[in-house]
Design a protein around this ligand. Structure first.
Ligand code: SAH
Length: 352
């Protein structure tokens, strides 16, 4: 399947690295910027498109590098709200998902960071078949570029909330963010990027030191260890109190507020006592809570709470001074919850 053997992944390379290649190859430095722009601004899919480069240099690039682009394995368009869900096939045959959502302020793209996931959250379809591998920076970028090329719509914000745990693929995600925000390339402000984590404390601390300006979302989903342990195995490694301490450190050192994700599950974490305990945990923190009606996954028995229960939970938090929103459900008709499409294909039961 993969015909990239012996070639290098050019879309994952920084401008400085490309400069090194140009110099090594007897080319002038400015050529590196041209290549970088072909890749990150003009979304070139082959070296032959790079017509302002000397023919010989193009040939050299062709022989030594590849441009990593996924194939569209499947595409679902919501009849309700223009949400588009892509199943992308990567160079080695693995598949990941990516979802484009339309908001008033523009299109937001939900990007995957790993093939599968090792975190084991009980309600999440991405983790059921385990972890396969990390995505490279280029495989994350090319989800954006391919979605834009295919849809003709510009992506104005990114959420790292697709398949995988971004902080479990820390180096590649960081390189992806640097490439995405490079002024010579795509130049996306990291203010328009949200990174969602299940709560890997050591990496949250490392990320805080980077001061990237992105929004950190923390998948909390429960107010205490007793409930969180039943939903998220990661809680045994980093219990709620430790996670909260890391969040406070993150807010202190970056000056950015944190968004806490709370997937609301009937009979598990939707009681008045949970709302009270959650509010007490978050009191005085610069944060926001995003309530997500849990998306039922076939293999699991979690169900979402009734709308009035979710509304009441929201009011309870608000009365205790917490900022709360309820996430709008987008793409309900096309299984937009992460990991569901890839699961279907793996099982060979995907209906076309
Ligand atoms: N691994 C990261 C990002 C991927 S999941 C994380 O854990 O944050 C993105 C968000 O969707 C997380 O908040 C996750 O907990 C939530 N999620 C996963 N499956 C869900 C489901 N079935 N219903 C509602 N939210 C879900």
């Amino acid at each position: 399947m993969c015909n990239y053997k012996d070639k290098r992944d050019i879309l994952s390379m920084s401008l400085a690295e490309l400069e090194g290649i140009c110099v090594q190859n007897g080319q002038q430095r400015f050529r590196s910027r041209q290549v970088f722009q072909w890749l990150h601004l003009h979304h070139a899919v082959s070296f032959s498109e790079m017509t302002n480069l000397p023919a010989q240099f193009r040939l050299y690039l062709e022989e030594n590098f590849y441009i990593s682009l996924p194939k569209i394995e499947k595409k679902l368009v919501s009849a309700i709200d223009h949400t588009v869900k892509y199943l992308y096939r990567l160079g080695d045959g693995e598949c990941v998902e990516c979802v484009m959502m339309e908001y008033q302020h523009g299109n937001s793209l939900c990007v995957s960071t790993q093939v599968g996931c090792r975190m084991g959250c009980r309600f999440c379809a991405s983790t059921i078949a385990g972890f396969v591998r990390n995505l490279t920076p280029s495989e994350m970028l090319s989800q954006i570029y391919t979605s834009e090329l295919d849809s003709g719509r510009e992506v104005s914000s990114i959420v790292l909330m697709g398949i995988g745990e971004p902080l479990d693929n820390y180096e590649n995600v960081l390189r992806f963010l640097h490439l995405l925000s490079s002024p010579d390339g795509r130049n996306m402000s990291l203010r328009h990027v949200s990174l969602s984590t299940c709560g890997l404390v050591a990496q949250i601390d490392a990320l805080a030191r980077e001061k990237l300006g992105l929004t950190l979302s923390v998948s909390l989903h429960a107010p205490n260890d007793a409930i969180r342990n039943t939903m998220m195995p990661v809680n045994r490694r980093y219990p709620v109190a430790q996670l909260m301490d890391a969040c406070r450190r993150y807010i202190r050192s970056t000056g950015r507020r944190i968004s806490f994700e709370y997937a609301i599950v009937a009979g598990v974490n939707d009681s008045l006592a949970c709302a009270q305990e959650l509010a007490a945990r978050l009191r005085g923190m610069q944060c926001h809570v995003n309530l997500i009606p849990v998306n039922p996954v076939r293999e699991r028995n979690y169900r979402t709470s009734q709308r009035n229960v979710i509304e009441r939970f929201k009011r309870d938090l608000e009365q205790r001074g917490i900022n709360v929103t309820i996430r709008r459900t987008l793409g309900a008709d096309i299984q937009a919850a992460c990991g569901q499409l890839r699961r279907e294909r793996e099982e060979g039961s995907g209906a076309d």
